[in-house]
Design a protein around this ligand. Structure first.
Ligand code: SOE
Length: 381
């Protein structure tokens, strides 16, 4: 096995977690951390024990010793940086949403197909062992025919008019905020677990806080800066309520919000079928509840059990694993394929490809169009 060298671009909320997850896959070292602000990048690199840092992305992409590049930067940079990484002959891990519109997402999918490099999107919630178990149980027919897919993704880190982050700015985060940032996770996990495809969406978007104080020194997700600020008008949605129709007849309902005070990272998925139903909640990630008419079972993560494909090293059951391990376990098959010298296989890849990422962008666009038109809108992907 080749020991791989990775570069991580981005020093905000998620970049440092990629550094941690890469190391814990066991396949790679983080050779360099790349940022835009030298002081912040140097500080982050020192905190994370990454020996080298840079603010020169081109130089890092020209470095022939770098095998894999992770893009953990604001949304509007994803397409150009992703294309540059693939054109430089590197393997690519891209944060979601992969683009701010469908055209960008499709350009990335084409660039990945041309490159013969592995390229994935960090749809982290697929990495949870109990999400994988839920998917297996649905595929094995435990729930019978799927009727309803329900739930949502509810946060509060933007609940106050003083909360601000680049995601609020449409030039940087894109036209959609709550749906693009967290609705994409719910949409992808719902399709991943059920194996069904959403056909159409009817969305109602809401912006409850029309004006926010933008802190002049930025602010990352979950940690809003409170320094000097200016007032800005808000165009993107704080929340959305969405009805879904799946191919085959199942119906869905999803609520996403970043302004629901007191709710931190409340992702929930309920799947109701003709024989039984299941529930998974991200804040109780090691539990999967399966209900039948006269019985309710609570499945817990069991490293020796059905969900053991998630990755190593596992902690024994009762030693809680969570979001960090889900990211590690999402990355692990990607790194294993590269280290083992396997070529990319497209749709059969053991990780979410950019085609999967592009599908969630088509969902975002359909939701925006639906809300504007007040009509059911097809997902074009
Ligand atoms: C902020 O809403 C955020 O960090 C998202 O960008 C992540 O994708 C999600 O996993 C947690 O919340």
């Amino acid at each position: 096995m080749t020991r791989l060298r990775a570069a991580v671009i981005g020093t905000g909320f998620v970049g440092p977690h990629h550094v941690d997850a890469i190391r814990r896959t066991g396949y790679a070292d983080v050779a360099v951390l790349v940022g835009s602000n030298p002081d912040r990048t140097a500080r982050r690199a020192a905190d994370l024990g990454v020996d080298h840092w840079s603010i020169d992305t081109d130089a890092v992409l020209a470095d022939s010793t770098i095998d894999v590049v992770h893009i953990c930067t604001p949304n509007h940079t994803h397409v150009s940086l992703g294309q540059a990484v693939l054109e430089a002959g590197k393997h690519l891990v891209l944060e979601k949403p992969i683009a701010v519109d469908r055209a960008g997402a499709e350009a990335l999918v084409e660039a990945a197909a041309r490159s013969n490099r592995h390229a994935m999107v960090a749809l982290t919630y697929r990495g949870y062992p109990m999400v994988q178990q839920a998917r297996s149980m649905v595929a094995e027919g435990h729930l019978g025919e799927i009727r309803l897919v329900r739930g949502g993704y509810i946060q509060d880190w933007l609940a106050d008019a003083a909360d601000y982050n680049w995601r609020v700015d449409p030039e940087v985060g894109g036209r959609s905020r709550a749906i693009a940032d967290i609705g994409t996770h719910w949409f992808d996990t719902a399709e991943f677990v059920t194996g069904l495809r959403v056909k159409t969406v009817q969305a109602d978007l809401a912006t409850f806080i029309p004006t926010r104080s933008r802190s002049l020194d930025g602010g990352t997700a979950f940690s809003t800066a409170r320094g000097p600020a200016e007032e800005v008008a808000v165009a993107s949605e704080d929340a959305a309520t969405m009805l879904l129709r799946f191919k085959g007849g199942a119906r869905g309902a999803c609520v996403v919000s970043q302004v629901s005070t007191g709710n931190k990272n409340a992702f929930s998925l309920h799947v109701d079928g003709s024989h039984g139903s299941l529930t998974w909640e991200q804040e109780l990630p090691e539990r999967l509840t399966v209900r039948e008419r006269s019985e309710e079972r609570l499945y817990v993560r069991d490293p020796g059990g059905q969900q053991a494909s998630a990755g190593v090293p596992w902690l024994p059951a009762g030693h809680p694993e969570g979001w960090g391990e889900a990211l590690r376990d999402l990355l692990r098959p990607f790194y294993a394929a590269i280290a083992g010298g396997s070529p990319p296989v497209g749709d059969g890849a053991p990780y979410p490809t950019l085609t999967v990422g592009a599908r969630s962008i088509a969902f975002v666009e359909a939701a925006l169009a639906s809300s504007t038109a007040g009509a059911w809108t097809a997902i074009e992907a």
